[in-house]
Design a protein around this ligand. Sequence first.
Ligand code: SF4
Length: 695
Amino acid sequence: MDGSGLPEVKSTCPYCGVGCGVLLRPDGEGGLDVRGDPDHPANLGRLCSKGSALGETVGLAGRLSAPMVNGAEASWDDALALVAQKFSDTIRDHGPDAAAFYVSGQLLTEDYYVANKLMKGFIGSANIDTNSRLCMASTVAGHKRAFGTDTVPQTYEDLEEADLVVLVGSNLAWCHPVLYQRLLAARKARGAKIVVIDPRRTASCDGADMHLRLAPGSDVALFNRLLTELYEGGAIDKAYLQHTSGFDDALTKAFADDVTVTGLPEADIKAFCKLWMGTEKVVTVFSQGVNQSSSGSDKVNAILNCHLATGRVGKRGCGPLSVTGQPNAMGGREVGGLANMLACHLDLENADHRAAVRDFWNAPQMPEAAGLKAVDMFKAVGEGKIKALWIIHTNPAVSMPDADAVRDAIAGCDFVVVSDITGQTDTARLAHVLLPASAWAEKSGTVTNSDRTISRQRAVLSAPGQCRPDWEILSEVGKHMGWAEAFDYETPAEIFREYAALSGIAGGFGRDFDISGLSDLDDTGYDALEPTRWPVTKARQGGRFFEDGAFFTPDGKGRFLAVQYRAPAAKTGPRYPFRLNTGRIRDQWHTMTRTALSPRLSAHLAEPFVDLHPADAAELCVEAADLLRLRTPQGTAILRARITEDVQRGQVFAPMHWTGETAPSARIDAIVAPVVDPVSGQPESKASVVAVERL
Ligand code: SF4
């Protein structure tokens, strides 16, 4: 409590997967004072620029505050009845797979749970996918192949206890800034070394001891070389190897791989391998540079192979750590929000798992096969196979690869519902029905961050107009479709209890995700829930996984994957001589729906740009600030040139945030090819081929 008379309320930042705790105090004029929560284990009081500016982004300008049907304001009753009728008609006339939900890592776990239950248990299709597909799907696939489940073995504390931290395809300094601050503080205190593996020079290189600027997409070859060096250097942990399978095949493939495709000097490769081999406490952090690739799953497994071979998994300061993009990417994965997963890390294609979930939900039908992953889902929309589509808190008309085609597909779909906090996105403008949703700080629920810590988001502001929380909107549609009992939820606490109880069934199948210890939380206990790392059972809480060599595979062994370098799908050539890398900038988030509301965040990098190497600029007679046209088979974008050695020759980098609303010519995903990893379905957002022309 301070002079304002209002108490501070604990909540969680809505941006990245670090999941920082925040203390919120309404300022009495609709705004918020925000500071870092010193007691939250993710950030211990720290906040980055985006988190610090949260209070500037909660204004009501541009908010959608009433349901809209075909551009006219409607009552909730009419809008919900229409949505339910259209989905019911679609299922009756064309089958359940003609319906689809495309949701978001911005959803709270309770929202996600209800969406997944409605689609998979009641509509009877697995056509629910999430924008986490663009973010973390390759890690999910890699984890499942190696561990049997999508398990993050490590914790954030491991970053501080490691003697070597390797950042692979991760600009931690900009994309997970508070973790980077923790890492730098630990480095100062303990002298840990940092290696960055990234084609681009990023802010994360400032504090690094070594930067390996490998060729785009060549991570597998580098980690295969590391595996062979570990073998030849006698660093294989033979005792731990007893708990694994597939080592010999993986090693054979690794020896057959060709590290020269990385373009790295041999001396640098050797120095990196020597450092990794000679440092017991090593944490390998990986993120979008690994995941957003047509070989993303193999990259993940090439990294995991090295940790499994040395037994460096799940130990203090020692193991692989994926960092997620979104605040609740992990919660979405846990709840089964991906088209190929069932709730609580159960397998959709396992009949026993399916039956258990169906019985628990008392569901009329369950799909037996995976649904359409994001890129295929929007292709199916474009082909007219999906006739009723509900998009929740995401902007695929901007953020999907080949975004113009996605925009056209949505525009041509028979029936499109969008739930969001604004009706002014490229996607929302295409909706037949717009449903006004509560925003961060107006809604309550839970999120899970990158190290399995479940935290509460809490409502401290009133939602404007007729906005409602997503779990409530989804439940109402479920009731209108005839499933009143299954969706008779009054509070998010009730949903969380049900979810926690379901996880106990998963635990009974020997799965990792078990929070059944939270299933008897009463409303007061839920409201007071402190950050809690899963699992949470009678037998254990939190901790790390796999140090003991017990995995979640059918034979209980960790699995090596025999992987080999595959080049990015598109080849450069005379027509498209450059490789396009896309990514984030420090102070914007996604398609800027929230961060663009803060003048100081927008001041960091105020307009879209493309980074070009000085030698390439000279060849193209380009000077700094010239306007350039980037052309790919998918389309064109116009961006201002920045000339910098941060990118290598033949490569360009452009940010992904700007939209048809903010900079129509700079929608970068409109020129990204819709190529995906064949295992994970994650798009290759960092290796399209492109022509660069001076305007
Ligand atoms: Fe929010 Fe991520 Fe920044 Fe933490 S590091 S304040 S979670 S954006």
